[in-house]
Design a protein around this ligand. Structure first.
Ligand SMILES: C[S@@+](CC[C@H](N)C(=O)[O-])C[C@H]1O[C@@H](n2cnc3c(N)ncnc32)[C@H](O)[C@@H]1O
Length: 322
């Protein structure tokens, strides 16, 4: 389960997560480290199934109930005073963070494929990462205009020989698949996505608001379904005169390794190009570029074997492989 490793204890999981949030969200890095040694919060967590103990889920659920990001005192108060409500939110919601900025790390790879493109994003959440052609980009001063001037401009630092495009690709068809699609036009879904954002992490709140507004204008379709069971059905509807691309970010870690391998075969079967933007080791052995990029990075892999780049897991930089 992404964000919680059942082979580790709950305190170990929270300590590990604190290291991931360190330098990104100081309030949450501190909170995760404090939870790791707090008997009251730990005993609350131990009463939940392992699949519901992730730091991201606890902190988002607390924010949902409190209306602001929790600190340790607020979290303890919530657990003492409203444990049933907190448990209910943690059981009914999932970690579905949808970070539009990840499009900035996918764009260079998408732009290497023959246009026009037909996109299938698996694990698309609210569809915000299904709009890579719509956003504009700023790669350390190099501007790439998107198709919607009102959509947010995604800022990303390129490192190494990143093949930056002059414009976004032409996309003639797109579809998402998610176990639980979120609706950008639904106030509750939008609120949950906002609760999943970590405090003090740059302009993520504002970017999310802009991306949700763009998704309400462009309405990318996200089908309810499983990335393995439903890929072929969705792909059958794609136009045959466009390059079919199946892609995902921050998704396959939630899927059992056996099903990941079956998914790789399913992508081949539908004849698509495949872009995977996941944590090191999720779709194969850890490559030197991933090891060098460190624990907070993802790796961008084409067609299951070609390592293109290490990428920031929240899309703020991309380091292209030499
Ligand atoms: C952390 S979110 C990432 C969303 C988006 N890809 C992004 O990068 O912003 C992971 C998403 O994958 C979805 N998901 C997990 N397992 C899935 C599966 N087997 N089939 C389809 N979607 C899945 C979850 O519901 C969730 O919306």
């Amino acid at each position: 389960m992404a964000g919680y490793d059942a082979r580790l204890t709950t305190p170990e999981n929270y300590r590990r997560w604190a290291l991931q949030a360190d330098g990104r969200s100081p309030p949450y890095a501190m909170l995760a480290a404090q939870v790791a040694q707090d008997p009251q919060v730990l005993s609350f967590l131990e009463r939940l199934p392992e699949t519901r103990r992730q730091p991201n889920l606890l902190f988002a659920a607390a924010r949902y109930l409190l209306g602001r990001p929790a600190d340790l005192a607020a979290l303890r108060e919530l657990i003492a005073g409203r444990p049933a409500e907190l448990t209910a939110v943690m059981r009914s919601h999932r970690t579905q963070t949808n970070e539009a900025a990840r499009c900035a790390t996918l764009l260079p790879a998408l732009c290497q494929l023959p246009e026009p493109l037909a996109l299938i994003e698996v694990g698309a959440s609210a569809g915000l990462t299904l709009l890579p052609d719509v956003y504009s980009y700023d790669y350390a001063g190099r501007q790439v205009p998107g198709t919607d001037p009102e959509a947010p401009t995604l800022r990303c630092t390129p490192i190494g020989p990143v093949p930056l495009p002059a414009r976004t690709p032409t996309v003639t068809w797109r579809a998402g698949i998610d176990l639980n699609p979120l609706d950008p036009a639904d106030a509750e879904d939008a609120r949950w996505l906002q609760c999943l954002v970590w405090p003090a992490e740059g302009d993520r709140d504002e970017r999310l608001r802009g991306a949700l507004a763009a998704a309400r204008r462009h309405r990318p379709v996200v089908h309810r379904g499983d990335l393995l069971d439903d890929l072929a059905g969705v792909a059958a509807a794609a136009p045959t005169d466009a390059t079919l691309v199946v892609y995902h970010s921050a998704v396959l870690a939630y899927v059992e390794p056996k099903r990941r391998a079956a998914f790789a075969a399913a992508v081949r079967d539908v004849g698509a190009h495949w872009l995977s933007n996941e944590a090191p080791g999720v779709i194969g052995p850890v490559e030197p570029i991933q090891a060098a990029a460190g624990r907070r990075s993802f790796v961008l892999v084409r067609d299951g074997h070609e390592v293109l780049a290490a990428t920031d897991s929240h899309g703020t930089w991309i380091a292209w492989a030499d």
